[in-house]
Design a protein around this ligand. Structure first.
Ligand code: BDP
Length: 692
């Protein structure tokens, strides 16, 4: 190579480095001092996890800091008689102490994982304006299993994924361990996530073959020191597909023996394998109901297979059938509630936050609180299938908080106290989030989407945390502590989910998006083969009114809630306005608390949603010079997309509602840009996240 081209090569590398410098790869883990190693970090103990914790601290602690990483088993630490008991397996304690005559900040847990979480907590404390002198922190997770669900396929596509291909390069795995696997584990550990389901709930049996078990084991080896266990989605018919059996009936001895042998095989490769996640008898997936057996029969058979190894089964309650003519919102409860008390003690039933499907707003799922003898695991969707994919800015903290804080109507119980087990004294507890992570450089498709991964982890650790402070700590770690940027980001984020509700389905409307890929509006769709796949099924709009009557005169879904809640929901006047059309069919002319008619209010919501996005754009413009160019620009571009699409949603929806109700728009409201035929004709192919 000639000298000139060498220099050019070096320059290209440098530029590539610079181009990558602020591309979002580093997520919220950006704090790093100019002179690492200037701090004194003492390790009391010799594990890989403690070494990782030291490495984290070494990269970020200010010069002169003196920190000790330890577990409570260390004799010198034990001698301090600190309150370790309440920390459990994974909690941490941070405080200034004197150890061996030296002042130091102790970061410790009962396990090395606790110490690792403590190290990240200390860094978070420092990155959000705290000092070492004020570093007195204690925390233990309220939820035991804090798990990401990857809907990743073996062909490396991601169902409902909007951040590129799967992070798992299944094809090269085992030979090649992508450094991103480590970076992924590190990011998860920093927010307390301790499990990951590697493959799609719409599972292929191939994931359970020796070839793929070996690949999963390679990932488990990378994740283990970060405190993360691997789980697999299991296809219920695998004994037929892989084992050559004639049936997958869970009551069949050979079937149970096949699963037991399969579990033994997995545990030989992955000794700390977490267990199975199962989607059964839902949207065409096989399951025990195919044989007249119950969901509990299926779950318990798998649970018996993993039990000797300490594994668990997460059995999803997301079921609805085209053979069942009842309200889709009722079906999971109808099927699962009678099974309460029949599940093995290593089974969790995983319930989506709402009774339909991850809509921008749903009332909390009536199963929460209704199955006291069964640990119910929360399932949130972090990927924004219904909230604008990766391009729309929608911070999900308020959605998660709204669900978790919902009172179930049984004494002081809330969804959070059901999920964290405190209501019924369950020790096995869990929260799952459908991941928004892919191979994009910024992991989640946009900088602000990273906040949804972040807030999921933080709320899984403690479901009583609230959205705003988490948004703030995320923004401080992601953009730096300049208050102008942080305040702007937090203000934008906090109203952003409500804006999506406003421009896609205000006042309790839901499931109005286009078919299959779910991109954009399609409230007029009414010709799909399953009734409950049609938006028209959900809004039931006609000339007189709009909304789904779920009271006694309708599907009576409200009877699935505890009586104080059911009572409140029985009357449109006492139903929270934001859920009105979820529970009631309401006349367009109904007088609303605002003094306007329902129709006028509906229009106002659509307009408010669009205006909010416009506002976010101008707020973001205001911090242009304060945020690095690459992240600023991508966000600005996506906000422009969002504004265009918010208007599209608003215009298409209003045009359609007007075609049904024959009402004019209120005075001074902007007319939709096109007519209904135009909106109906809009078609898209090759939409991300949809691979049919
Ligand atoms: C829906 C998705 C579909 C998933 C399903 C599920 O559209 O892709 O397979 O939920 O959760 O939200 O099983």
């Amino acid at each position: 190579m000639r000298a000139g081209s060498k220099i050019l090569g070096a320059l290209a590398l440098l530029l590539a480095g610079a181009a990558h410098a602020e591309d979002g790869y580093r997520l919220w883990l950006r704090a790093a001092v100019a002179t690492p190693a200037a701090a004194t970090i003492t390790l009391r103990g010799d594990t890989r996890t403690l070494a990782l914790a030291r490495h984290e601290l070494a990269a970020s602690l200010p010069a002169g800091a003196n920190v000790t990483l330890a577990t409570s088993a260390d004799p010198a630490v034990a001698a301090l008689k600190l309150p370790f008991a309440p920390l459990g397996d994974e909690g941490y304690l941070i405080r200034p102490v004197t150890l061996n005559g030296q002042p130091t900040v102790l970061v410790a847990g009962n396990s090395d994982r606790g110490a690792l979480y403590g190290a990240f907590a200390l860094l978070r404390h420092l990155a959000t304006g705290g000092t070492l002198a004020t570093a007195t922190l204690t925390s233990a997770p309220k939820v035991k299993l804090r798990v990401l669900n990857h809907w990743d396929n073996l062909d490396e596509t991601v169902e409902r994924g909007y951040a590129g291909d799967s992070l798992w390069d299944w094809w090269t795995l085992l030979d090649r361990i992508d450094p991103r696997y480590t970076d992924y584990a590190r990011a998860n550990a920093s927010i307390g996530i301790n499990g990951t389901v590697l493959n799609n709930v719409n599972a292929k049996a191939d994931s359970l073959t020796p070839r793929y078990i070996a690949k999963a084991a390679a990932l488990a080896d990378v994740f283990r020191p970060w405190g993360i266990k691997v789980y697999l989605s299991a296809r219920f018919s695998a004994p037929i597909e892989l084992g050559g059996l004639k049936t997958a009936d869970p009551r069949d001895r050979q079937v149970a023996a096949w699963w037991k042998a399969k579990a033994d095989e997995i545990y030989r490769a992955i000794p700390d394998f977490g267990g199975f996640l199962v989607k059964a008898n839902s949207e065409g997936q096989p399951g025990p109901r195919d044989y007249g057996a119950s969901h509990a029969d299926g779950a318990n058979m798998l649970a018996a297979a993993v039990k000797p190894h300490g594994g668990i089964v997460m059995w999803r309650a997301f079921v609805y059938a085209d053979t069942d003519p009842s309200d889709r919102a009722k079906q999971a409860y109808t099927e699962f509630k009678p099974l309460d008390g029949t599940f093995a003690d290593n089974v969790l039933v995983q319930v989506k936050n709402g009774a339909i499907d991850f809509q921008p707003r749903e009332p909390f799922h009536p199963l929460f609180g209704a199955m006291p003898k069964t640990p119910l695991m929360m399932e949130f969707q972090i990927t924004k299938e219904y909230l604008g994919f990766a391009t729309h800015l929608a911070y999900l903290g308020p959605l998660f908080q709204e669900t978790l804080a919902s009172a179930t109507g049984r004494g002081k119980e809330t969804v959070a106290t059901v999920v964290d087990g405190s209501s019924e004294g369950h020790r096995l507890t869990g929260m799952a989030g459908v991941a928004n992570i892919g191979r994009d450089r910024d992991w989640s498709g946009s900088t602000f989407n990273q906040a949804n991964w972040y807030v999921f982890g933080r709320m899984a650790w403690d479901p009583t945390l609230t959205a705003e402070p988490i948004a703030r700590e995320w923004a401080q770690q992601t953009f730096g502590t300049d208050a102008r940027v942080v305040d702007t980001a937090v203000t934008m984020m906090m109203g952003s989910r409500e804006a999506v509700v406003d421009y896609t389905g205000p006042l309790g409307l839901a499931h109005l998006m286009a078919t299959g890929h779910h991109y954009g509006p399609g409230p007029w769709v009414d010709d799909l083969k399953r009734p409950e796949w049609n938006p028209a099924y959900y809004h039931k709009a006609d000339r007189q009114g709009i909304g789904f009557d779920r009271t006694k005169s309708g599907s009576d879904a409200i009877a699935q809630y505890a009586s104080p809640i059911a009572k409140r929901l029985a009357d449109p006047g006492t139903t929270p306005e934001r859920e009105l059309l979820w529970f009631h069919h309401v006349a367009w002319d109904r007088k609303m608390p605002s003094g306007r008619t329902l129709w006028e209010d509906l229009v106002a919501h659509y307009d408010r949603g669009v205006a909010y996005v416009g506002n976010m754009r101008s707020q973001w413009d205001g911090v242009r010079t304060l945020v690095d160019t690459e992240r600023w620009q991508k966000t600005a571009t996506y906000l422009a997309v969002q504004e265009r699409e918010a208007r599209w949603w608003r215009d298409a929806s209003l045009t359609y509602w007007m075609s049904l109700n024959g009402r004019p728009l209120p005075a001074s409201v902007a007319a939709p840009e096109h007519d209904l035929t135009w909106y109906k004709a809009v078609r898209f192919n090759y939409v991300p996240g949809h691979h049919d």
